[in-house]
Design a protein around this ligand. Structure first.
Ligand SMILES: Nc1ncnc2c1ncn2[C@@H]1O[C@H](COP(=O)(O)OP(=O)(O)OP(=O)(O)O)[C@@H](O)[C@H]1O
Length: 267
């Protein structure tokens, strides 16, 4: 029983020695939904992405994809079944052109390279990146490189897209482009998107629903406006910086919350 959920992770627990990085975390995303995942530094967001993408096996809990338990499936298996992920730290192949980064992402499909190149060209166009097709990925400024990472994640059509701080280092204009592409793949292609981002105004505008992690637990979850107004969320994460929704630095509320964040639940 999927209940309309593409991703349904239940009761996820991960420990690192005495630190509970994740403690009984539930998170789900439906096809066509863009869900935000926010929280202070050390809250467990990247660890959760590691579990969802199969890089880390949880100590507890199950990950369901379309109702099937994929908890023991490898990252490669999940990727081939439509789970795509970007990383907090840029992971492009710097020595390859932008086009070739997207071609490599479709390598496992085999078949004619021309078909992969065509698909790469279409995706680059839809991401507004055609002009960069022949550029070396390693030479790109950070905002453009982030956008290419998104394009690479779309090169082979995703069903579940896990984006780890995709707007980091982007200008306001680039964030607008990023939001438009994410919205398109969700609305038009039915992709389920889970997005970690410290730029709060970006998250609140893009995501109908937001999950807040703190100290490895779900602190709050619901419609963006309700979460934004939640006093517990404001105290744990948003703080005073959240009042600034326009500026780049001010929108980066996660870093503002970092000073008050503690690293997981120590025992
Ligand atoms: N490989 C590891 N070994 C030991 N502890 C770890 C490891 N990875 C993460 N942790 C700890 O687990 C907790 C959750 O870390 P995680 O990186 O998932 O948080 P996060 O919310 O992604 O933080 P950030 O916003 O800084 O990326 C932290 O206390 C972190 O120190």
């Amino acid at each position: 029983m999927t209940d309309g959920k593409l991703l349904d992770a239940r009761g996820i627990g991960v420990r690192f020695g005495g630190v509970r990085a994740l403690d009984d975390v539930d998170v789900s995303v439906r096809p066509g939904e863009v869900c935000g995942l926010i929280g202070p530094n050390g809250a467990g967001k990247t660890t959760l992405f590691d579990v969802l993408s199969g890089i880390r096996r949880p100590d507890r809990g199950r990950v369901l994809l379309d109702g099937a338990d994929v908890s023991r499936r490898s990252p490669v298996w999940r990727a081939r079944h439509g789970v795509r992920r970007t990383f907090q730290r840029q992971q492009l192949f710097g020595q390859l052109t932008v086009t070739d980064n997207l071609v490599v992402a479709q390598e496992w499909r085999r078949g004619p390279v021309a078909a992969r190149r065509d698909r790469a060209a279409r995706v680059l166009r839809s991401c507004g990146l055609d002009a960069l097709a022949g550029s070396y990925a390693g030479a790109l400024p950070v905002g453009q490189a982030r956008m290419v990472e998104l394009a690479r994640a779309l090169a082979d059509p995703p069903r579940l897209l896990l984006l780890d701080e995709p707007a980091s280092g982007m200008s306001a204009e680039e964030r607008g482009q990023l939001a438009a592409v994410v919205r398109y793949v969700a609305d038009e292609e039915g992709c389920a998107v889970l997005l970690v981002e410290h730029h709060v105004s970006f998250v609140m505008e893009l995501c109908a629903r937001v999950v807040v992690l703190d100290l490895g637990r779900v602190l709050a979850e619901g419609p963006a406006e309700r979460v934004r107004a939640d006093p517990r969320v404001r105290a744990a994460y948003l703080g005073t910086a959240e009042g600034d929704t326009e500026g780049d630095a001010a929108g980066d509320a996660g870093r503002a919350g970092a000073s008050s964040a503690s690293p997981g639940t120590a025992e």
